[in-house]
Design a binder for this molecule. Structure first.
Ligand code: ARG
Length: 463
């Protein structure tokens, strides 16, 4: 089959070159965007009297026919036509004859592919934003149920201070909410229509980018035709935002893996979201969480691959840009399924409240509260820290917890405490009291948690 660009060539393309340079295997998923873009282009050309009304009608009809074929999976693609743009153009020429040969008037594949990708970005960022909103709703629902579900909080993976499951889960709400804001801002910034930039130097045809933009619901048109075809910063920005989402999913996955282990036993994942072992009959593995964590590597890799590809490219278009698609498609696909699965996994898991609560009664995570209390008696915090440290050490040597020591022992270890202070110190030692008293903004005390959840609900309603 002769190439659509074959005029100046006397030789056939080497077969391996054909395979090496073709992108149809992966850019075929842009088919509907490409056709919609072409319909807008043709309408604009006719409006500007570059095409007659009759030619426009013939082309639009052929494009609509190909659109239906594509939707029904009947459109055939051929590697010798290299990419989605030329595969569609070939089919239009088959259907509309010589008029079909006018489709590519006043444009290049460089601005065409930029347009297709912009349309893809806008669609997918909108869909992903919706999925994140659903995940945010799940965090709020979970957290509403667990305002009184006490659990240890960790730093350095060592028990640090008691908190609640509600507090822990809402921490993820805010992380993902910032990602959602990033996506929505991206969506506004990426709303830029590149068609009409030609290969890079615009065109001498009296086109109107505004008409095309209007037809395609874009709010802006690129200001510089060279910039329009030589930029991949939209792709990189989306990949970077989605990397942030994936990093957050990965950290949450890691916690689900830990929490569902026998050692923690804080949660039980629903069976439908776990898998078994081919050798160990008892196993129930958190594969989904592990794979989300695992796939984070390739999502980071996709960003890194595209950034590296773009790093030293001269203006304007370079074939290297064709490499953007697989990075973008793979990341978008990975995120879509990962967010959905995470959401369902969270909705279906069982939270072992009692196990969580029991564990805050078996450690020294109330030590900060002892030091804080001594500070309220006028002891400088650094000295209070030292006294409490010695108290912890003494208890550990005698295999006791802070709340298991007697008043007499306490008054020996912490001198100069009057009887009221001793009583108060005992109240402070209760881990639940530790949580309830943490009522600084953003803290885990139930009242403050309720405020936080209400505030989150309000913010969510604004989206
Ligand atoms: N398949 C190409 C890509 O994805 C389309 C643009 C080709 N342009 C060119 N001058 N070869 O980038």
């Amino acid at each position: 089959m002769s190439k659509l660009w074959g005029g100046r060539f006397t030789k056939e393309t080497n077969k391996l070159v054909e395979e090496f340079t073709a992108s149809i295997e992966f850019d075929k998923r842009l088919v509907l965007y490409d056709i919609i873009g072409s319909i807008a282009h043709v309408k604009m050309l006719s409006n500007q009297k570059i095409l007659s009304t009759k030619e426009k009608d013939e082309l639009v009809q052929a494009l609509q026919e190909v659109f239906e074929e594509a939707k029904q999976g009947k459109l055939e693609f051929n590697i010798s036509d290299e990419d989605i743009h030329m595969n569609i153009e070939r089919r239009i020429i088959e259907l509309a004859g010589d008029t079909g040969k006018k489709l590519h008037t006043g444009r290049s594949r460089n601005d065409q592919v930029a347009l297709d990708m912009q349309m893809f970005f806008l669609d997918k960022s909108g869909e992903l934003a919706k999925k994140i909103v659903e995940l945010l709703e799940t965090f709020i629902n979970l957290s509403k149920q667990h305002i009184y579900t006490y659990m240890p909080g960790f730093t350095h993976m060592q028990r640090a201070q008691p908190t609640t499951f509600s507090h822990h889960i809402m921490n993820y709400f805010w992380k993902f909410k910032r990602d959602l804001e990033r996506i929505l801002e991206f969506n506004l910034r990426a709303n830029n229509m590149p068609l009409g930039s030609g290969a890079f130097a615009g065109t001498s045809f009296p086109i109107s980018q505004e008409i095309t933009a209007n037809e395609l619901n874009f709010s802006k048109v690129f200001d510089n035709s060279m910039d329009a075809v030589s930029s991949r910063d939209n792709a990189l920005e989306l990949l970077s935002i989605l990397t942030s989402v994936m990093l957050n999913l990965s950290r949450l996955s890691e916690e689900l893996v830990l929490w569902s282990s026998k050692e923690f036993n804080y949660i039980k994942l629903d069976e439908a979201f776990t898998t078994g072992s081919s050798i160990m009959p008892q196993k129930q593995n958190p594969d989904v969480a592990e794979l989300i964590r695992g796939k984070t590597g390739r999502v980071i890799g996709n960003y890194s691959a595209l950034a590296t590809t773009c790093k030293a490219l001269p203006m304007a278009y370079n074939k290297d840009f064709q490499e953007d698609k697989e990075c973008v498609f793979d990341t978008v696909d990975t995120l879509e399924v990962s967010i959905s699965l995470m959401n369902e996994m969270l909705q279906t898991m069982t939270v072992n409240k009692d196990v969580m609560k029991n564990s805050i009664y078996s450690d020294f995570s109330n030590a900060t509260d002892v030091a804080d209390y001594l500070t309220t008696l006028g002891i400088p915090f650094r000295i209070a820290h030292d006294i409490t440290g010695k108290l912890v050490r003494n208890c550990q040597e005698r295999k006791k917890l802070l709340n298991q020591i007697t008043k007499e022992e306490l008054s020996q270890l912490v001198p100069d405490l009057n009887s009221d202070s001793l009583d108060n110190l005992f109240t402070v030692l209760d881990p639940i009291e530790c949580v309830n008293s943490r009522s600084s903004k953003g803290g885990p005390s139930p009242n403050i948690m309720r405020e936080q959840i209400n505030c989150a609900l309000k913010e969510l309603n604004d989206f």
